[in-house]
Design a protein around this ligand. Structure first.
Ligand code: HEM
Length: 148
């Protein structure tokens, strides 16, 4: 992600924060329109789920200048998602629903640059969530061994 893209995402998300609850509602409606089978993965209260999703997105977006610090949190979140039954292809559907929601919420501010910036941030989060912490350890071990 470029610094300009980080600025675009942080500025546009700041505008969504006051209407986060409505945006989350719109997001889940769109998600279940795209793939109704995903509904059964969600067991809890959807309003509360929307609040938690927005809070997590806010935390991630606030930390975009140092994404490495977020990696362990995102990996753990991704592992919990595997336990909820979330598979790789679901990340694509969620990404599509998220971009669509942002387009509705940002209206004329939704430009090609804004779309590219949000697409980059979502790819970053989704990739980190799908990276197993074990993979990091496995690649780190030989380096440690040769350094001794
Ligand atoms: C950037 C991507 C995502 C973020 C930031 C995110 C965030 C969260 C958070 C914070 C929770 C609360 C539970 C926890 O912390 O473990 C959660 C739960 C959940 N998420 Fe996600 N999520 C993402 C992607 C997805 C995707 C791709 C799916 C697939 C449909 C999904 C489905 C679920 C489900 C089923 C739950 C459990 C809800 C329940 O038990 O009622 N999430 N998500």
């Amino acid at each position: 992600m470029t610094l300009e893209q980080i600025a675009i995402v942080q500025n546009t998300f700041a505008q969504i924060r006051p209407v986060a609850e409505a945006a989350a509602g719109l997001f889940y409606t769109r998600l279940f329109t795209l793939d109704a089978s995903l509904r059964s993965l969600f067991k809890g209260n959807m309003q509360q789920q929307g609040v938690v999703l927005m809070r997590t997105l806010a935390l991630a977006i606030d930390s975009l200048h140092c994404p490495d610090a977020l990696l362990p949190t995102l990996q753990a979140l991704g592992q919990r998602h595997a336990g909820y039954g979330v598979r790789a292809e679901h990340y694509e559907t969620v990404g599509a629903a998220l971009l669509w929601t942002l387009e509705q919420a940002l209206a004329e501010q939704w430009t090609a640059e804004t779309c590219a910036a949000w697409s980059a941030v979502y790819t970053l989060l989704a990739s980190a969530m799908q990276t197993a912490p074990e993979a990091e350890l496995a690649t780190a071990s030989p380096v440690c061994a040769s350094a001794i």
